[in-house]
Design a protein around this ligand. Structure first.
Ligand code: SAH
Length: 405
């Protein structure tokens, strides 16, 4: 047992200090003990233990990730009428109930069989941070296996948007990003991507109209799941988020961008560009060693030609690094003649990274320079800068404080 000493930050667990053992079952026990000790110390009721799913359950199909066609096959194989599939799908994705008990028009025997063999997994809220203005909330959710992810809720004039994660951590290694500090633990499933939206809607009681896949993880590095999720999240029998209101952000995996174009979805593709040339991009984003800026831009042009959807470029401004007038001019040259939009984001400082955000005049001048060249550009409204706003910051802080997953 490795109890956390009251008030101390580290539990002293030897498994923690040996990275290759950090995910061992022994360490999982330690995580639970650390959490209990912390909660007792803070005088709060201990959270129910995370559901550690055994090997048998893990090898079971994830029912909430199944399409209606797959559910129809399942129902038939169980000797049920095919129409049960639509009923089941509606309960999971339109009404979004948490248990089989609530599925009142399904026969009791079917409900019991399903409950025994196909667990309905949800995400569990561990922490919420709300911004001072009240228009942004950051949720830390725990998955069935004890892993943690972040999702962000934002109120805009045009509706409510939720920014979801696609992986636990990330392996892309962008130098300014907190999500990638400890690498990628695992891909999320389609249902875990959906549940972030469902649970936030359950908690807030307000309809989510827009979804951005811009939280932790690289969605195109979890490609098949992303496609499955896109089908489920936008289908008329489910939560029905319009594809026009979905943005998928990528650091620029060129082959997957080309593949995604061929799927011909009506979503917006956002590209995290952050630098106008290879040399600087390689310094900031290891993915630039695999694909040059020219290759990336040509994949974007193809994406637009095939889908007719305007590309959005994300450009995080880092003081003294990529925010000069020369950088702006170079960027304008790169995007010349392209139907696109540039989003400028003053970088969110992450303690471990040491980058500073550009000052307001530099940001404004960068915008003006791009506009002079006829580029559509906006400065992203700062939401949640006071609440560990950048990708992966909340999870990172929570894990450091608790010494856990
Ligand atoms: N992997 C995907 C999506 C996740 S990151 C991608 O790279 O696009 C979502 C966006 O936030 C990306 O544009 C990313 O570069 C940016 N980002 C990450 N950390 C940031 C930080 N500290 N400050 C500003 N933007 C950041």
């Amino acid at each position: 047992m490795h109890p956390q000493l009251p008030g101390s930050k580290r539990c002293g667990c030897k498994n923690r200090r040996e990275p290759d053992r950090a995910n061992s079952p022994k360490h999982e026990k330690c995580i639970r003990n650390c959490r209990k000790a912390r909660d007792a110390d803070a005088g709060v009721a201990p959270a129910p233990p995370p559901r550690f799913v055994n090997a048998k359950e893990q090898s079971m199909p994830d029912i909430k990730s199944m399409t209606i066609e797959e559910l129809t096959e399942l129902m038939t194989s169980m000797g049920e009428k095919p129409f049960r599939a639509r009923q089941l799908f509606g309960w999971m994705h339109e009404k979004r109930v948490r248990t089989y008990d609530e599925m009142s028009n399904l026969p009791g025997v079917l409900r019991n069989t399903l409950a025994g063999e196909y667990p309905l997994l949800t995400v569990r809220k561990v922490q919420v941070q709300e911004s001072g203005r009240g228009d942004t909330r950051k949720y830390l959710f725990e998955l069935y296996d004890g892993n943690m992810i972040e999702s962000v809720w934002m109120r805009h004039r045009h509706g409510i948007s939720v920014c979801i994660s696609s992986q636990v951590g990330c392996r892309m290694g962008c130098r300014f990003c907190a999500s990638t500090l400890d690498g990628c633990v695992r891909n999320l499933t389609a249902s875990e991507m959906l549940e972030q939206i469902y649970e936030i809607q359950r908690l807030t009681g307000e309809r989510v109209s827009h979804v951005d896949v811009m939280g932790s993880g690289e969605p195109l590095d979890n490609y098949d799941t992303l496609i499955r999720w896109l089908r489920l999240v936008s289908c008329p029998e489910g939560i029905q988020i319009s594809q026009r209101n979905i943005t998928v952000s990528t650091c620029g995996l060129v082959p997957q961008i080309r593949k995604l174009a061929q799927e011909k979805y009506g979503i917006t593709l956002a590209i995290s560009l952050h630098a106008p040339d290879d040399e600087l991009r390689r310094e900031l984003m290891p993915v630039a060693n695999r694909y040059s800026v020219d290759e990336l831009i040509s994949a974007c042009r193809e994406y637009f030609a095939v889908t007719g959807r305007r590309i959005s470029f994300e450009y995080s401004l880092i003081a003294g690094k990529n925010d000069s007038q020369e950088h702006a001019a170079k960027l304008a040259g790169l995007l010349k003649g392209m139907n696109c939009h540039v989003n400028l984001i003053p970088v969110n400082p992450v303690r471990e990274r040491g980058y500073r955000r550009s000052k307001a005049p530099e940001v404004r001048n960068f915008q003006l320079k791009l506009e002079k060249y006829g580029i559509n550009v906006t400065i992203r409204r700062e939401m949640g800068a006071d609440i560990d706003g950048a990708c992966g910051q909340l999870r990172k802080r929570y894990r450091d404080e608790q010494n856990c997953k």
